[in-house]
Design a protein around this ligand. Structure first.
Ligand SMILES: [Zn+2]
Length: 503
């Protein structure tokens, strides 16, 4: 996601560096055919959706060919039901109190998901709804599921879409379908991760999977989606679009009668820009093209054939999903709009291909997406933004925030790896995951030098494609690139013991 952070103070200031300890470095090989390999042992989702514009609802039927990729034998499988965060009375709300009026432009509106007819290997099972906030579907299996074995779980679901400017919600401009279907929870350390929704950050964590999705809707809608369009079949008033996506972490769409589309190609990748009010669409597409080109060169190639950039209603700056990014039509300046395009596209590398548990480690994908913007501007000087200016502004801004929060809270916590729901306020999360993380990566670059920093990013990308990364994998990549011990560097930034000062 991209947050709107504005600065008024300009100037170049550097960050004080901290002490280090030695650690062993290790790295593994990347692969050229990453999608083929990653899709082989992944869960397959096969979904058919019917969208009803009169009721702003979706009917879905899904068949999930689920693979147990853990080392444990499973007796049940859990799925997130994210639309239930949008229901009336939800404990974990999708927007903070401060943003309610901006998000619910026509007053409060509710959404939800109801699951029915759950079957395992074609046998009816009695499922239950659990989790901290009625947000987990628990499916009992008909027999034990051993490691690397598969079972077929099928269900139907009714989705009510709320009137809200969010990842999941509709406005007059578009209908955003992010996190709208039951998605399997990640199983790790002997349990399914059932983290609830949070208005902080992007509260999502899911395994690489394969998708076949059909959506049927009125002919006059334009569909922007994860994956590649395989087939389009039209009748008198309805069209069915069939999409296929291999080795992606999620599946999202945005649909609208207002979308216009322009397209171009870079490094063999089709880039489509869907927009409805952008007065300079060619410039936006050009920024998207340059982003993909720059990041392909700097980090390693985007492995998919398509990337869709969508101008849509969204209360925050933007939102990333695999193969598709949402850019808010609310952004106030063209510079800000450009920045969000670059940031969200960078997430295709950091979140999409290299994944992390965003419920705890958002500082990795958000910090890297923000830092990728700096690298983008360094490599595309025509945008007239410099590293010195951006990092200087981040430092000024962070110091001011720390001063205010230090006064407000005793024991002001500056750790970066808390659960999303453990942050006191939305700005606190934004400053830790975005601003402080940028300062950390810039400090790392000062410490190990430009060459080893870029080598480390390349290595981090190639070693961890289609995997989940942590502080430890981050440390390994940069230690390997620089041949320097970096454990205490990352520890002190991330656990909050480093004190950042200006000089
Ligand atoms: Zn982001």
């Amino acid at each position: 996601m991209s947050k709107k952070i504005r600065y008024t103070i300009y100037g170049a200031i550097s960050v004080v560096i901290i002490a280090l300890i030695c650690v062993f470095a290790f790295s593994s090989c990347g692969t050229n055919n990453i999608i083929k390999i990653a899709s082989k042992d992944a869960t397959n989702y096969n979904m058919e959706l019917i969208y009803n514009d009169d009721t702003k609802s979706l009917f879905g039927s899904a068949e999930v060919d689920y693979i147990n990729s853990s080392q444990d034998t499973l007796n049940e499988v859990f799925f997130h039901l994210y639309p239930n965060a949008f229901r009336e009375g939800a404990k974990f709300k999708p927007v903070s109190e401060q943003r309610m009026n901006d998000a619910y432009i026509n007053g409060e509106s509710y959404g939800s998901i109801q699951v029915k007819n759950v079957k395992v290997n074609d046998k009816d099972v009695t499922f239950s709804i659990g989790g901290q906030d009625e947000d987990i579907l628990i499916v009992p299996l008909t027999s034990q599921l051993y490691p690397n074995s598969r079972t077929t779980i099928s269900f139907e679901f009714d989705v009510t879409i709320p009137n809200i400017k969010h990842r999941f919600g509709y406005t007059d401009s578009a209908i955003n379908l992010g996190n709208f279907y039951p998605i399997a929870c990640v199983y790790e350390n002997g349990a399914f991760d059932t983290s609830p929704y949070s208005y902080n950050g992007d509260p999502f964590y899911s395994n690489i999977s394969n998708y076949k999705v059909k959506i049927t809707l009125q002919n006059d809608f334009v569909v922007a989606s994860t994956g590649e369009l395989e087939k389009k079949e039209s009748s008198d008033d309805k069209t069915t679009y069939s999409y296929s996506a291999q080795a992606v972490r999620d599946f999202a769409m945005s649909i609208s009668k207002n979308f216009k589309t322009i397209s171009d190609k870079v490094d063999g990748i089709n880039i489509n820009y869907y927009y409805h009010s952008d007065t300079q669409p060619e410039k936006s597409l050009e920024t998207a093209i340059k982003s993909v080109s720059t990041f392909n060169d700097l980090f390693g190639k985007y492995p998919y054939n398509v990337l869709n950039v969508v101008e849509t209603s969204f209360v925050h700056g933007g939102m990333e999903f695999p193969n598709i990014v949402f850019i808010s039509d609310d952004l106030q300046s063209y510079e800000e709009y450009t920045n969000v395009i670059v940031h969200e596209i960078a997430h295709q590398w950091w979140y999409g291909v290299v994944g992390d548990n965003q419920n705890e480690n958002g500082y990795i994908d958000e910090g890297l997406a923000e830092y990728s913007c700096i690298l983008f501007y360094e490599n595309n000087p025509e945008y007239e933004m410099t590293r010195q200016e951006i990092v200087g502004n981040d430092l000024k801004s962070y110091l001011l925030f720390a001063e205010i929060y230090g006064d407000l809270f005793d024991n002001f916590d500056t750790s970066m790896d808390r659960k999303l729901t453990d942050y006191n306020t939305e700005p606190e999360y934004t400053y830790m995951a975005y601003v402080k993380s940028v300062l950390m990566f810039d400090n790392l670059r000062q410490l190990i030098g430009d060459n080893d920093f870029m080598k480390g990013l390349k290595q981090f990308y190639s070693d961890n494609q289609m995997q989940f990364v942590t502080k430890e994998t981050l440390t390994i990549a940069f230690e390997s690139a620089s041949n320097m011990p970096l454990t205490s560097f990352f520890d002190s930034w991330i656990d909050g013991t480093i004190v950042i000062v200006s000089q």
